[in-house]
Design a protein. Structure first.
Length: 562
């Protein structure tokens, strides 16, 4: 485990006392309140007599956790602990980071969103619903904690690869912010999860008598964007300088929202920019193993939504930095969506997709599917693809013949099935390793165990934006940065790529292990902060001072002496 740096929960004196204190997850220490604190804070009689330390509490909590017999029950247990005693929750998570991250985050959080209304226990975060649109400042003023460093907001429309979950989407901001604290060390009481409840088009939710969201079809068009504008205006007034992360918005809204606000406040879209940075970081690790240059790559995508286009944009920037012209770099991308290859003859492409449209002459005469599209199998058949990335939401889409064909032409195919949760993964690592005779360099969006192949144990990197957003949050909070730029994200990607275990050991994982992620987050945060300073977006410091600030800002759970 990481060495504690800034231990502590919030100060006890001057806050609530007695039963009210035990009901406050930020200040509550439960059985760890000392005799002196019990006397001072009116707690005698409310707690069992034995006073425990945090170690003992964590051991007892782990025992209770072990009694749960399915993942959703484990998730519910951890969420209840979070709502009871946040220091203990984070200490337990830190002690068992590899075991518990998949329970509070991807993939189990997907189930928690689907079942949100059925497993709902206590309020957390804010519900900003469309019918309350004229009272958004009041809703924000009602937030549970005054000071906020990071907001994660969703409208629940594209939750992972499972689509529209309406108000149940709040599970995602809660999970993301838990990792902001666990990994980035953002203080738990300075985080705020928000769902913008603009309705849902999910018929199952609308028909569910227990659905807790606004029972209405989704608001769209101008009304939707006006609502977002009202929300952002209220955030700017109530919480100036807060870092606002957009999460799991459907593609038609994700990019326009980012473009509208990115130069106005400290904000970024995690699915576009966070995903792009982690994918570039993992690719840099993979390229290190293949011994080739980035500019030698031919890159095929399945999926051309906001996540895929975001990744392509950062890879393209990296290809240009590696010496290709802009036109040459564009020519390296082959993107296939549900209507086939993106090419210049398609009238349905958005401007950001059009960047990757292959010229008509490069697709002329190609076989088409029954619907007239150029499919993935044909692209892989014709192009010597070195990299295959899946952001399509289609589980199993990287079929055996496609993967075998790719592996026939390149020595070390780089294959990243990045869709979440696990059932949406374009392939399982085990299959990819088997179909390529152990040659594929694999990273997945959801966590997978290592694969055994011919006496080797091959670790599978989790190429998930969790390697980026908590670190970016730490970087901007520690340095007081005013914006999140693409250059800061590219700096994060390169810092992450530089930490790839595969660079030192070709059999190592492409990305660091979760047990090392807090230290990795500090290195990324320093790179992000340094780039913000270079661009004049954060106050200048020496590199030593920057390092010290990042380290000091990374909170570690503990009970300080009051
Ligand atoms: N690993 C990560 O960190 C990470 C980060 C962000 C998003 N994701 C995952 O990426 C996925 C996509 O996210 P998005 O926001 O871009 O969603 P989206 O729905 O906008 O994009 C999906 C894309 O896949 C295409 N597609 C759908 N069915 C297809 C098919 N049968 N064949 C070919 N293409 C098909 C669509 O045309 C679209 O271009 C989600 O599953 C999400 O969980 C992973
Ligand atoms: O939430 C995740 O696990 C990654 C990503 O943000 C996604 O939407 O899939
Ligand atoms: Mg997401």
């Amino acid at each position: 485990m990481d060495t504690p740096r800034t231990p502590g929960s919030t100060r006890l004196d001057g806050g609530p006392r007695g039963a009210e204190l035990l009901d406050d997850p930020v200040r509550n220490r439960g059985t760890a309140f000392t005799e002196d604190e019990r006397a001072r804070l009116g707690l005698h009689g409310l707690l069992p007599p034995h006073v425990e330390g945090l170690d003992e509490q964590a051991a007892r909590a782990y025992e209770a956790y072990g009694l749960k017999d399915d993942d959703l029950e484990r998730h519910i247990y951890l969420r209840a602990l979070q709502d009871t005693n946040e220091v203990l929750f984070y200490r337990l998570l830190l002690d068992h980071i590899e075991e518990m991250t998949p329970i509070v985050y991807t993939p189990v959080v997907a189930k928690a969103c689907e079942r949100f209304s059925h497993i709902y226990r206590r309020p957390r975060g804010l519900f900003v619903s469309y019918p309350m649109r004229d009272a958004i400042p009041t809703l924000l003023a009602n937030r549970p904690n005054r000071e906020v460093d990071v907001i994660v907001v969703t409208d629940g429309e594209r939750i992972l690869g499972i689509g529209d979950q309406g108000a149940g989407g709040l599970g995602i901001p809660i999970g993301k912010l838990s990792l902001y604290t666990l990994i980035g060390g953002i203080r738990p009481e300075r985080t705020l999860p928000i769902v913008l409840d603009v309705g849902t088009n999910n018929a199952e939710r609308l028909e569910d008598p227990e659905y807790l969201g606004w029972r209405h079809e989704r608001i769209g068009g101008e009304d939707y964007f006006d609502f977002i504008d009202q929300f952002v205006g209220a955030v700017e007034r109530e919480l100036p300088g807060v870092c606002l992360q957009w999460e799991d918005f459907a593609t038609p809204h994700a990019r326009p929202i980012l473009e509208r606000y990115r130069d106005r406040l400290l904000t970024f879209n995690d699915d576009i920019q966070g995903t792009a940075a982690v994918a570039l970081g993992a690719l840099l690790g993979a390229i290190g193993v293949t011994g080739k240059r980035l500019r030698d790559q031919q890159i095929v995508f399945l999926g051309a939504g906001s996540a895929a286009v975001g990744v392509a944009d950062y890879l393209r920037a990296a290809l240009v930095q590696d010496g290709l012209s802009e036109a040459e770099a564009r020519g390296r991308f082959w993107m296939v969506d549900k209507d086939g290859l993106l090419h210049a003859g398609r009238p349905d492409l958005t401007p950001d997709q059009r960047v990757y449209a292959q010229p008509e002459d490069r697709v002329a005469g190609r076989p088409r599917t029954s619907r007239g599209a150029v499919g993935l199998a044909d692209v892989i058949g014709r192009v010597e693809a070195t990299v295959l990335i899946g952001l399509s939401t289609v589980g199993g889409a990287f079929a055996e013949p496609i993967v075998r064909e790719m592996a026939r032409k390149v020595d070390r195919p780089v294959i990243f099935p990045l869709s979440n949760p696990t059932a949406r993964s374009e392939a399982s690592p085990e299959d990819l390793i088997r179909w390529t005779g152990g040659r594929a360099l694999v990273a997945t969006g959801s966590p997978y165990p290592p694969v055994r192949h011919e006496g080797r144990t091959i670790p599978i990197a989790q190429c998930n934006n969790v390697f980026i957003f908590p670190a970016v949050g730490l970087g901007v909070v520690a340095t007081g940065a005013r914006r999140v730029t693409d250059a800061m994200m590219l700096a994060a990607a390169r810092a992450l790529g530089g930490q790839s275990p595969a660079l030192a050991d070709p059999n190592g994982s492409l990305l660091p292990a979760l047990r090392d992620i807090r230290a990795v987050a500090r290195a990324i945060a320093e790179a992000v902060g340094a780039e913000a300073q270079r661009a004049g977006l954060a106050p200048q410091t020496t590199p030593e001072e920057l390092r010290a600030r990042v380290a000091a800002a990374q909170w570690t759970p503990g009970y300080p002496q009051a």
